[in-house]
Each structure stands twice: as structure tokens, then as C-alpha cells.
Design a protein around this ligand. Structure first.
Ligand code: IFM
Length: 450
């Protein structure tokens, strides 16, 4: 008889396990922002779907917080909605802030540390009517909103993300122009990108002035841009250009304070310098980049391996191909900034949950590897808790650990919910868990000692 000795893969004590959401995708009836307006226009959203009641969080987020608590989660990342807090320019709604106070308090009462995102794709209509992020005034408007919000919530939260995925917001709204404001314009892209970077710097300083102990960062869709053909100089060039624009301009800029081309000429911005106490990584897949002579595509097209494994979004989505090892590489790369790293989003659309348990374990295993290699990763936030309104995909893509019927609001946990609950309770990837949910990974995660 052979005796098999296995060691579970433990995470550091106090590691944060949670899920991530954004305000508009879960609250319901956010009628005063540009997305609500966009949703009312036929043809914009898959099957004409609308956010509607979303996940009913404005009325009763607490019911889902109870479920999170029962799953042993010790944190949750949620968004606050600018258009609720400041429904008209300069007029703040204290009832809205009170509701957010209730939510943060409810999380804390259940032993969950809140992480709050201040901007996640949505703008109040009054701001949008003034040109939104294309108008330089947005920087001071954002600062005013951040000051009010953080001042009102700082006794309940000290983990802040100023902006979610600025490059996705830019790409969808201006580059591909399939989200509001649908403005395909290169000069506008540069303006918006610059304003977001400046607004982040100013928000960082504003939060720290109010709450010196705050930990502030952004949630960045950090992508691994690999050349389609590693031997092709042109593919390598296209991959590096995407990486430079999509990541380095922001991450390096928020580190050394330089506003790099094409946003500036390397000019130094004091507010921006060292403006990340943490780095939030939203990771879904990697990109294989193939050169194309089209400057409007930044000389590169994303390709996927024909033999790759794909989620429900097939080959078209940004979260389509299973590429977990990319998460390891990205964590290792951003660790060079010497700041704590949080995986602020990671997930996949998988309606029948036939892939999620294994995908989840594969990705979390990469987080474990990165920690073993020396990276300071503090938490993992799965995207997402229940199915929610997936922007222009409407209710068509299901990212939830828990299935949601948006009409009846009925919830049904998918098998991966129980798996994630066990992982969080044990603070480890255990041999038993992998045996039960993803036996095909056993030999890789628990290689036999030689
Ligand atoms: O739903 C989105 C989220 O709002 C931002 N990051 C990607 C998720 C899945 O597409």
C-alpha cells in the first residue's frame, strides 16, 4: 500500500476572499445616469435587455450580504453611484449617502471588509450633458464628488478604488464606440484618458487629506499582450504598443508622476506621483496580438488560439479564452512597483457552471504561485456574486456564483458557490477540494514528491 502525503496550498493568514460588483450592475433603478438612458434606446443592448431592478441591491443588498457571510467571505468590493450621490451638479443627496452607510455597516457587521469603487463606467446625466470625461472640468467635478463621498464614508471604509478599468471605459465608449457616448474620435480618446489619469491623481490626494490611513488604488484591466507569432517583429511591436498605451502610460504615470505621450510630453504632475497604495488587477484573459497596418487599431488585432478553451462568450469577448498562467505573469510584473496587489476582478461567463469550478481553481492557483514567488497579494475578488447586468451584453452573459432570475429575483447557487465557500473557509486550495471539483488538475496542483 502506498501512503500519499499531500499538503494543502495555504494562503497567508488574513487573506481577503470576496466578490466584486459595481453599483449600476446590481442596485437597480439607477435612472439618473447615462447608462440608463442608453439602455432605453433600441438596438444598443443585447436582446433589448435593461438593467431594471438589476439585483435589487438598492432595496435589499443585505440579503446577499447574508449569503456572502454564510459562504465565509470576509470582504466585498462594491461601487457607489455618482448620479445618486450628486444627482445635480453640486447638490448632494444625503439619503443616498445614508443608504451607502447602511450597506457598508451591514458588510462590517457580517465580518466583511468593504472595498469601495468611486467610478465604474457610469456618470450622472448632468455631467454627461456637459461633455462627460471629454470636458476638462470633469477633474474638479470628480474631486468634489470624491471629497463629499469619502468624507461621509471614511469611518466605514479605508480601501478605495478611484476608477474602474479606465482603458475599458475608453475602448468601449470611444475606440470601439459601442458604449455611451459612442464617439469614435482619437483626439477625444486622448482627452478622456488624460482627464481620467489627472482625476485619479487628484482623487488620491483628496482621499488622503481626509483619511491619511486610507489605501487607495485603481482597478486596472491588466492584460498580457503577447505577440501572435513570437518570431515576428511586427507582432512584437504591436503587442508592445498596446501594452504601452493600455498599461504603462497609466501604471508608470501613477508611479513616477510623468504624463507620457500621447497624453503629454513626460511633464511631471505632482498629484499623480506615487498615487497608488495598492494595485487592483482585473484579469479575464490574455491577448495574442497580430500586426495590422491599421493605425485605428493601434496596429494590432487580438487573436485567440483556435484550439483554446472558451467560455460562454466564445471567441468574441474580452473574457473568452482560458489563460490562467497570464494572471501569474501579470501579478509578478506589477509587483515591481512594490505595492500590495489585489485581484479586484476575475471570473468568466458560464451559465451552466460546467467550467467555472475548474477555471476558478486554476486562476486562484496562479495567485498562490505568485505569492510563493514573493508577490504581496492581499485579496481575491471573484467577478461576481450573482448574475448581474452585463452592460451591452445585458443579461446574456452570466458571471455569477449564484444564478439570478432578474424578473423574479430568485437566486440559485451554482456548484462553484459551494466550492468558493470551502476555499474561503479553509483559506487554502485543499487536495480534497480539487479532488471533488476539478480532479483533472490534481497532478498539476499536487505533483507527487519524487
Ligand atoms: O461586468 C464587467 C465589469 O463591470 C468590469 N469588468 C469586467 C466585467 C465582466 O465583463
Amino acid at each position: 500500500m502506498t501512503l500519499e502525503i499531500t499538503h494543502d496550498l495555504h494562503f497567508p493568514p488574513g487573506f481577503l476572499w470576496g466578490t466584486a460588483t459595481s453599483a449600476h450592475q446590481v442596485e437597480g433603478n439607477n435612472t439618473n445616469n447615462q447608462w440608463w438612458e442608453f439602455e432605453q434606446t433600441p438596438g444598443k443592448i443585447w436582446h433589448g435587455d435593461k438593467s431594471g431592478r438589476a439585483c435589487n441591491w438598492w432595496e435589499d443588498a443585505e440579503a446577499d450580504f447574508d449569503r456572502m457571510h454564510a459562504m465565509h467571505l470576509n470582504t466585498h468590493r462594491l461601487g457607489v453611484e455618482w448620479s445618486r450621490i450628486e444627482p445635480e451638479a453640486g447638490r448632494f443627496d444625503h439619503r443616498a449617502i445614508d443608504r451607502y452607510r447602511e450597506m457598508l455597516d451591514a458588510l462590517r457587521q457580517r465580518g466583511m471588509k468593504p472595498m469601495v469603487t468611486l467610478h465604474h463606467f457610469t456618470n450622472p446625466l448632468w455631467l454627461e450633458r456637459q461633455g462627460g470625461w471629454e470636458n476638462p472640468a470633469v477633474v474638479s467635478h470628480f474631486q468634489r464628488y470624491v471629497r463629499f463621498t469619502v468624507d461621509a464614508l471614511s469611518d466605514l471604509c479605508d480601501l478605495w478604488l478611484t476608477i474602474n478599468e479606465p482603458l475599458v471605459y475608453l475602448a468601449q465608449g470611444w475606440f470601439r464606440a459601442i458604449w455611451p457616448p459612442e464617439n469614435k474620435s482619437i483626439p477625444a480618446i486622448i482627452r478622456v484618458y488624460r482627464h481620467m489619469l489627472l482625476a485619479h491623481g487628484v482623487a488620491y490626494q483628496t482621499i488622503h487629506a481626509l483619511q491619511p490611513e486610507a489605501q487607495v488604488g485603481i482597478a486596472m484591466a491588466v492584460r498580457l499582450f503577447q505577440p501572435w507569432d513570437p518570431n515576428s517583429m511586427l507582432d512584437r511591436f504591436a503587442g508592445s504598443l498596446k501594452r504601452y498605451i493600455g498599461q504603462d502610460v497609466w501604471l508608470q504615470g501613477a508611479h513616477d508622476g510623468k504624463i507620457r505621450p500621447p497624453l503629454g510630453f513626460g511633464d511631471y504632475n505632482h498629484a499623480l506621483a506615487d498615487s497608488m497604495d495598492l494595485i487592483g488587477i482585473n484579469y479575464y484573459t490574455r491577448d495574442l496580438v497580430r500586426f495590422t497596418p491599421d493605425p485605428r487599431k493601434l496596429f494590432g488585432e487580438e487573436r485567440y488560439r483556435p484550439d483554446g478553451e472558451f467560455s460562454d462568450s466564445g471567441r468574441r469577448g474580452i473574457y473568452s479564452e482560458l489563460a490562467p498562467e497570464g494572471l501569474y505573469q501579470i501579478i509578478r510584473e506589477v509587483s515591481q512597483f512594490g505595492k500590495p496587489v489585489y485581484i479586484t476582478e476575475n471570473g468568466l461567463p458560464d451559465h451552466d457552471d460546467d467550467q467555472r469550478p475548474r477555471w476558478l481553481l486554476e486562476h486562484i492557483y496562479q495567485v498562490y504561485r505568485a505569492i510563493q514567488a514573493g508577490s504581496d497579494v492581499r485579496g481575491y475578488y471573484h467577478w461576481t456574486f450573482t448574475d448581474n447586468f452585463e452592460w451591452s451584453e445585458g443579461w446574456g452573459l452570466r458571471f455569477g456564483l449564484i444564478e439570478l432570475d432578474p424578473v423574479t429575483q430568485a437566486r440559485r447557487p451554482r456548484p462553484s458557490a459551494a466550492m468558493y465557500a470551502t476555499l474561503a473557509a479553509e483559506n487554502a486550495i485543499s487536495h480534497a477540494l480539487v479532488t471533488r471539483y476539478a480532479p483533472s488538475l490534481l497532478h498539476r496542483l499536487f505533483p507527487k514528491p519524487r
